[in-house]
Design a protein around this ligand. Structure first.
Ligand code: NIG
Ligand code: FE
Length: 416
């Protein structure tokens, strides 16, 4: 048994009340000025003002004491939406987009997601693993202690299983928690060009049963978008996944308002993600059903689109999460501090709301709220020390990461 005491910290954390925080509660944060956290074997046993925490500890009980030097301490980031498992970057495509070429047009011409499919299929297991490891290590250094990673660059059974195998290996070899999501319905692969219904049939009959049998994914996601998959096709995939016990997620209304947010509400998905073009009625339906709105402002930034309407969602009482969407196309970043800055400056969220979105609500979006997302007794000691006085530093110090130390399970995991 190892007992650690982290003292002299200025702690900011949401409090888990058994449901995602929405509406006025979206920004509810507690601040413990001269705070301390004790943990045993990486699990929080006490948190509060330093004096009280120390009083509870029998003399000689603490193995390691860490002086946090008055720094700001917040929960580790939960990045609840990433495509961080990829083989190659797409820098040339970025320049094409910056010169005015449309993201979906590039996909229609066989580039975009489909060029990452070529690269992922061609990569060996070890190559894909070592590339993914680099990206995930970078995410950890930016403060991510729990991460969701999607497949979706395989688009054939073998290559999708290869991706999920790599994601599982990242989970075993990295000190953070990795949540795997199956995204077989990410695009129509060349073999099924012009036959999206046939591809959806293949995803349902071939892939989902194998993924479920091997137990290598927790969620199933689908790219419901104009020119990709329709509402009806998305519904078929998600219902098949649900019947196999997978949780549901949807890339909803990212570019066009197809009604993906409404489908998420109808099916009781864990989250609907993006929502840049979602209608108010569908956002209201999501709020009523308690579906998390996972907003990915890195995509609006990189695609030069209008940002999702975070204020409207909060006003509608929809719980909001924020995540990187880390991928080689529409949002190439591993940095939750960057996303936090975009959420505050460009989506008009308060720093407190963004903190809840990047931690506790993110944990709810991937069903990890029992172990992380807030600094409550019984959860893992996953937290960050920031070079600043409050979480606002994450937005204020633009383009720079104020994350000085990253603790997962009470252990320091970032590297210089
Ligand atoms: O969330 N929209 C679909 N999927 C990703 C992009 C993937 C890619 O461009 O490689 C997204 O934006
Ligand atoms: Fe995405």
């Amino acid at each position: 048994m190892t007992t650690k005491l982290f003292r002299n910290a200025s702690i900011f954390t949401p409090v888990d009340k058994g449901r995602p925080l929405a509406g006025k509660l979206q920004g509810e944060i507690v601040h413990i000025k001269n705070g301390a956290i004790s943990c045993v074997n990486g699990v929080i046993t006490d948190i509060g003002p330093e004096e009280g925490v120390i009083k509870q500890l029998p003399p000689g009980y603490v193995d390691t004491e860490v002086d946090c030097k008055g720094l700001c301490l917040i929960p580790g980031f939960v990045d609840s939406h990433t495509h961080i498992c990829f083989a190659k970057r797409r820098e040339l495509e970025f320049s094409m987009r910056m010169s005015g070429m449309d993201y979906l047009e590039i996909l229609r011409r066989g580039g975009g997601i489909l060029s990452s499919v070529k690269d992922a299929r061609a990569a060996s297991n070890d190559e894909l693993f070592s590339e993914t490891l680099k990206h995930v290590k970078s995410a950890v250094n930016f403060g991510t202690t729990t991460i969701e990673i999607k497949s979706g660059y395989g688009l054939e059974t073998g290559a999708e299983l290869k991706m999920l195998g790599v994601i599982g290996r990242i989970n075993r070899e990295m000190p953070i928690d990795v949540i795997p999501t199956f995204l077989g319905a990410h695009a129509v692969p060349p073999e099924f060009d012009g036959k999206p219904d046939d591809y959806i049939g293949y995803v349902i009959d071939e892939m989902i049963p194998k993924v479920a049998e091997q137990g290598i994914a927790k969620f199933c996601d689908v790219f419901c978008e104009e020119g990709v998959f329709t509402i009806e096709q998305s519904r078929r995939v998600l219902l098949a996944a649900k019947s196999e016990g997978l949780g549901l997620k949807i890339h909803a209304d990212e570019v066009y308002n197809l009604g993906g947010a409404g489908l998420a509400a109808e099916l009781g998905a864990a989250s609907a993600d993006h929502l840049l073009a979602a209608s108010r009625a569908n956002m209201q339906a999501m709020a009523n059903r308690g579906v998390i709105s996972a907003l990915l402002p890195g995509t609006a930034y990189s695609l030069r689109k209008n940002y999702a309407r975070a204020r409207e969602l909060i006003e509608l009482n929809a719980p909001v999460a924020i995540a990187t969407d880390s991928n080689p196309g529409s949002s190439y970043t591993e940095s939750m501090p960057f996303i936090f800055g975009l959420a505050v400056v460009n989506m008009n969220m308060t720093a407190e709301e963004a903190l809840v979105a990047a931690t506790l609500n993110g944990a709810y979006a991937i069903n990890k709220q029992k172990i992380t997302g807030s600094l409550d007794v019984g959860k893992q000691a996953d937290f960050l020390l920031l070079d600043g006085e409050s979480p606002a530093i994450l937005a204020y110090h633009a383009g720079v990461s104020p994350v000085l130390a990253v603790y997962k399970h009470g252990e320091l995991v970032n590297s210089a």
